[in-house]
Design a protein around this ligand. Structure first.
Ligand SMILES: Nc1ncnc2c1ncn2[C@@H]1O[C@H](COP(=O)(O)OP(=O)(O)O)[C@@H](O)[C@H]1O
Ligand SMILES: O=C(O)C1=C[C@@H](OP(=O)(O)O)[C@@H](O)[C@H](O)C1
Ligand SMILES: [Mg+2]
Length: 174
């Protein structure tokens, strides 16, 4: 049964903050896979990227995502989760995937200096190129797309709530 709600999208799209609001409102648990990675590794994401590179983070992320075994939880992923087909197939079995869609301008506004945010980006890639590549991947895995550019966090939360399928909304299924 797909009882979880899995949030995907660019860094700054609101996965972590809107995820908490959703969990509160829907009486679900909350898991942020970035925090699972950090506790599995005993170091920050920024540390992983700085010392081992963007590719190491993607491998660790794939391993951690494939170990997720949740029921009735909001699961906020990191922006790079969609690089693993295996991890996304695993997550999709467990829940409804919601793409929080924001424009590149909004990403830039919200994340500030991305070099300080541990983004898993090839060094030769511009943020524009990364955005294009990711946009296709987020759409590929999404069961639901929420356009968040003009929404506050509360409105984004409400918009997801309004469109949630019964399997996720009904606590008796969890
Ligand atoms: N709808 C929104 N409107 C304004 N600011 C937002 C919105 N959603 C998120 N933010 C802000 O953007 C930043 C990144 O949000 P976060 O939830 O950490 O995104 P993600 O987990 O997708 O990277 C935070 O400072 C957050 O408060
Ligand atoms: O998009 C990315 O490459 C990343 C996004 C981060 O999570 P958020 O999307 O929650 O910021 C985190 O997983 C890591 O620093 C890599
Ligand atoms: Mg986050």
């Amino acid at each position: 049964m797909r009882t979880n709600l899995i949030l995907i999208g660019m860094p700054g799209s609101g996965k972590s903050t809107v995820g908490v609001l959703l969990a509160k409102q829907a009486a679900m648990n909350f898991v942020d896979t970035d925090l699972l990675i950090q506790s599995a590794e005993g170091r920050t994401l920024q540390d992983i990227v700085d010392h081992d590179g963007y590719d190491a983070l993607r491998h660790i992320e794939e391993r951690v995502l494939c170990q997720v075994d949740e029921h009735g939880s909001v699961i906020s992923t990191g922006g790079s989760a969609v690089y693993s087909e295996k991890a996304m197939a695993h997550l999709k079995q467990q829940g409804i995937v919601v793409f929080l869609n924001v424009s590149l301008a909004t990403v830039k506004k919200r994340i500030g200096d991305y070099s300080l945010r541990g983004i898993s980006k090839r060094p030769d890639q511009t943020l524009e190129e990364l955005f294009e590549e990711r946009y296709a991947l987020y759409n590929r895995y999404a069961d639901m797309v929420i356009d968040c550019d003009a929404l506050t966090q509360d409105q984004a939360c409400q918009s997801v709530m309004d469109q949630l399928p019964e399997t996720v909304r009904s606590p008796e299924h969890h």
